[in-house]
Design a protein around this ligand. Structure first.
Ligand code: ZN
Length: 388
């Protein structure tokens, strides 16, 4: 599973001056896809092989890069990656080798630098919310992470003192039951502090709480306000016994609803801003121009949308048609899907992408919409007016 910890360890990796190989490759389904992937990845390695030759850089640098190339070459032979894409980060001289499966397509690319090239990975992963899930009762607590369909346990807390109520023979007197409440509160506070720490890191989009129906509200009360505000939902379960599959199912439904509502808010935000002449644009023509000038903060794409178009590789002008780029006069290249080219450009600029489920009103019949960083300049008179 791609945990927040994996992502953060890649993002903050220190190579100490050694080369880090960042390799991205799209993975198509089926045996043909695997064979084709092997050959594309081998060509990517061929691109960086000359860097590891004698005399180019100092010895440790070259040896580390050679180690990375050998390791990735071995991995290619094993053909075990799932669609839609794979990212590999390697720096053998500092013990880094991480594979990250990506749920969306990214273009093939290999980069050798002193830091991992993590931006496409972060942009793709940020599209889906990451949940922190706490399953608690008065004596135990389990903290899990849920991302897409996978759940992993981060932490387990058992408070031995409050495990068994110290009930003396006969009926418990008030003093004993007060003591039990006190221990439970202390246990709740410990878990609440841990959750506050996790939610502060910004690695989690939402918090989900599970437990006995009669205890969950009591626990939620113990959460500090900013943390409580991020509780997206609660579910009922037997805390000590619930298998991870059950936690995944119950919490997954809450996370899916959260993602849907978030997407809906993004859509209505863009539609409203665009209608009022604010920092947003709706429709492919406006979005292509916004992408060309680097103005897109968040790109919304209708799920499954694709459109042929043209690209200028010199000035990165994007449009539905036009043989000559109006910005620099160079010939354009045609592409079967200019929306994909636009998405890659947005990611490279540090923007975000969200695929919008085509159910409901969606983007009012448009394929794309975008939140902008700045007002768009006038598009060139020529070419970009084609198609909407
Ligand atoms: Zn151009």
């Amino acid at each position: 599973m791609i945990t927040a910890e994996t992502v953060s360890s890649i993002r903050t990796f220190d190579s100490g001056g050694l080369p880090v190989v960042s390799l991205y490759a799209g993975v198509d389904p089926g045996p043909d896809g695997q064979r084709e992937l092997r050959s594309r990845m081998s060509s990517l390695l061929d691109e960086i092989r000359p860097l590891a030759k004698d005399g180019i850089a100092h010895r440790d640098w070259r040896m580390s890069l050679r180690g990375d190339i050998a390791r990735i070459k071995d991995a290619i032979g094993e053909e075990r990656w799932r669609p839609a894409a794979i990212a590999i980060f390697a720096c053998s001289g500092r013990g880094l080798y991480t594979e990250v499966q990506l749920p969306e397509h990214v273009p093939d690319r290999v980069i050798v630098d002193e830091t991992p090239y993590a931006r496409p990975m972060i942009a793709v992963l940020a599209e889906h919310p990451r949940s922190c899930v706490a399953v608690v009762d008065r004596a135990t607590g389990r903290i899990c992470e849920l991302y897409q369909d996978e759940v992993s346990e981060l932490d387990k807390v058992t408070d031995p003192e409050s495990r068994r109520p110290p009930v003396a023979a006969g009926r418990p007197d008030d003093r004993v039951s007060n003591r039990v409440d006190e221990l439970a509160k202390r246990h709740y506070r410990r878990i609440a502090e841990r959750l506050a720490g996790l939610m502060q890191t910004d690695e989690y989009d939402l918090l989900i709480i599970g437990g006995h129906g009669y205890e969950v509200p009591e626990f939620v009360q113990q959460l500090p306000h900013p943390v409580r505000d991020r509780v997206a939902g609660t579910f009922s379960t037997e805390p000590g016994l619930a298998p991870l599959t059950e936690i995944r199912e119950s919490a997954g439904a809450i996370a899916a609803r959260f993602e849907q509502e978030r997407d809906q808010q993004l859509v209505s935000g863009v539609l409203e801003k665009a209608a009022m002449g604010g920092l947003a644009t709706v429709g492919l023509r406006g979005c292509l121009w916004a992408g060309t000038v680097g103005a897109i903060q968040t790109l919304l794409v209708r799920e499954g949308a694709a459109a042929p178009g043209v690209v200028c590789d010199q000035s990165r002008w994007l449009a539905r048609s036009g043989e000559v780029c109006p910005l620099c006069g160079n010939p354009t290249r045609t592409t079967p899907d200019v929306i994909d080219e636009l998405a890659q450009l947005v990611i490279n600029e540090g923007g975000a992408i969200h695929h919008i489920n085509s159910g409901g009103a969606g983007l009012m019949g448009h394929d794309t919409g975008a939140e902008l960083r700045f007002p768009l300049p006038e598009p060139p008179a020529d070419g970009s007016a084609d198609g909407a």
